[in-house]
Design a protein around this ligand. Structure first.
Ligand code: PHE
Length: 345
């Protein structure tokens, strides 16, 4: 009788608990293939009388489902089992997979180097806001009202307000003003930071760049101190055979003012395209702090003198690493940046 057979197989299936993929495969061959038991039972079903079909049909369908479910359940279990054991086995003799390490930005490397040299000379590090008012960026630094640097051409203005416009700082000298206003001499600090100028972006100019400025104010500070400090700095950064020269220059906030050149680091002074065949490259501006600036910042210019200097970090980095295009610094191209991987400090 069909009903008895179904009953008998149902019990067998309920008991079935395969221990291996082979046992499960045997189960499939017995029940689920074209000549398997399930198909046989359906064949037999065709022969039962019409009045029995109703009840038996339902039982037979449920039986078929339970066979399939049982098979699927163990199939999933063996499949995931074989996968995870494959992973565990793996080839343990293969070399491990390396992982990529980040690198410091060349400008950060050079800034750090500059800061370390001045730290050894007793300079502290000071910082200030990138959004400045006219007073700290220009007026306190002795810029006359009609000075071209205040012009829209050079400065990114944020807000025009009577007598004290708000703008992005054009140099880090603004930090010197803040320092003198808020403290009492002596001051001996360097100020690294980002500055902004309204220039078209090209290989040689950018609308933002980085500076390190320095300020030393005390009783009896002289131009000789300025020269020796900067000479020492250059020798530390570029090597002992690097020569320096000072050329007279003009800045509203220093008097006298100078620009400092170093002997070309590429051709060692013989003449090349970098130094435009002069043997010298300019790296910074400097001078004795103008007495007007000291007074503007509440420092007694009869008692104190000081020197200040300012350099672009990009320029120093160009010289150290022979980078010819300023835009590389802000493009975040890993092919460029990863070249500095070994310099991780
Ligand atoms: N602030 C000047 C600049 O941005 C650099 C400088 C600083 C010159 C201090 C002299 C003294 O170009």
């Amino acid at each position: 009788m069909l009903q008895d057979k179904i009953q008998q197989y149902t019990e067998e299936i309920e008991r079935f608990a395969p221990q291996s993929a082979q046992e499960l495969e045997a189960f499939r061959l017995k029940f689920l293939v074209a000549k398997g038991i399930v198909r046989d039972l359906f064949e037999e079903f065709k022969t039962v009388s019409a009045d029995q079909k109703r009840a038996l049909g339902k039982t037979l369908n449920e039986f078929k489902q339970s066979v399939e479910q049982k098979y699927k359940l163990f199939q999933a279990q063996f499949a995931s089992g074989t996968q995870s054991s494959k992973k565990e086995i793996g080839d343990l003799t293969l070399p491990g997979e390396g992982f990529a390490v980040g690198s410091r930005h060349p400008l950060s490397l050079v800034r750090k180097e500059i800061v370390e040299i001045f730290k050894k000379l007793g300079f502290t590090v000071a910082e200030g806001p990138e959004i400045e008012d006219d007073w700290h960026n220009f007026s306190a630094l002795n810029f006359p009202p009609e000075h071209p640097a205040r012009d829209m051409q050079d400065t990114f203005f944020i807000k025009k307000q009577a007598g004290n416009d708000i703008a992005l700082r054009t140099h880090t000298s603004s930090v010197q003003v803040r320092m003198m206003e808020n403290g009492t001499p002596p001051f001996r600090s360097i100020m690294p930071g980002r500055v902004y100028r309204n220039e078209a972006i090209s290989a040689r100019a950018h609308c933002f760049f980085h500076q390190v400025e320095g300020l030393y104010v005390d009783k009896g500070v002289s131009f000789a101190d300025l020269k020796q400090t900067l000479y020492h700095f250059v020798q530390e950064l570029f090597g002992e055979d690097t020569r320096v020269r000072f050329r007279p220059s003009y800045f509203p906030f220093t008097e006298p003012s100078a620009e400092m050149d170093i002997s070309c680091t590429i051709c060692k002074g013989k003449g090349c395209t970098l130094c435009k065949h002069t043997g010298w490259v300019e790296i910074l501006g400097c001078g004795m702090v103008d007495p007007n600036v000291l007074e503007n910042c509440g420092v007694d210019s009869a008692k104190y003198t000081g020197f200040a200097f300012g350099m672009g970090i990009e320029r120093i980095t160009n010289l150290k690493y022979e980078i010819k295009d300023l835009r590389l610094f802000s493009e975040n191209d890993v092919r460029f940046l990863s070249q500095f991987e070994t310099e991780l400090i």
